[in-house]
Design a protein around this ligand. Structure first.
Ligand code: HEC
Length: 123
């Protein structure tokens, strides 16, 4: 199993030219467990973090009824594969002073899988 994971990671790294690597939504569901305490996927359901329903192509900081930091509201970011990847890699570095208390995801494969899962569940 471990070899398979390593092989997959290598394949993903090598395969990532201009095109975004294809993630695995089933594996992404496991990654999403890290987000679940703070984020719901249902529309209108805000927890510690805003609902992630419809997150793709949504402007940052625009879920109704959620009290965002001014850093998030003023970020001018639109969420897509690239921006979510950058935010997941380094939440504090990408949007300084945003209030998401999450250290980020180190592995590109985890992020790719998470994106596949989010697309499946939120679009
Ligand atoms: C400890 C709680 C917590 C965890 C865990 C967490 N988040 Fe967040 N998240 C937040 C908060 C709070 C905000 C709002 C930040 C702000 O306003 O500065 C946020 C904002 C976001 C946004 C921007 C939403 C918008 O409407 O603009 C995205 C995307 C996001 N989180 C994705 C994730 C993903 C994916 C994970 C899991 C890998 C995750 N978060 C884990 C609390 C959390």
């Amino acid at each position: 199993m471990k070899n398979l994971i390593v092989a997959t990671a290598v394949a993903l790294t090598l395969g990532m030219g201009a095109a975004q690597a294809e993630g695995d939504a089933t594996a992404g569901a496991k990654v999403y467990k890290k987000c679940k305490i703070c984020h719901a996927l249902e529309p209108g359901k805000n927890k510690v973090g805003p609902s992630l329903h419809g997150i793709f192509d949504r402007e940052a900081g625009t879920v109704e009824g959620f009290r965002y930091s001014s850093a998030m509201k003023g970020s001018g970011i639109t969420w897509n594969d690239e921006t979510i990847t950058a935010y997941m890699k380094d939440p504090r570095g990408y949007i300084p002073k945003n209030k998401m208390a999450f250290p980020g995801l180190k592995k590109q494969a985890d992020i790719d899988n998470l994106l596949a899962y989010l697309k499946q569940e939120t679009m």
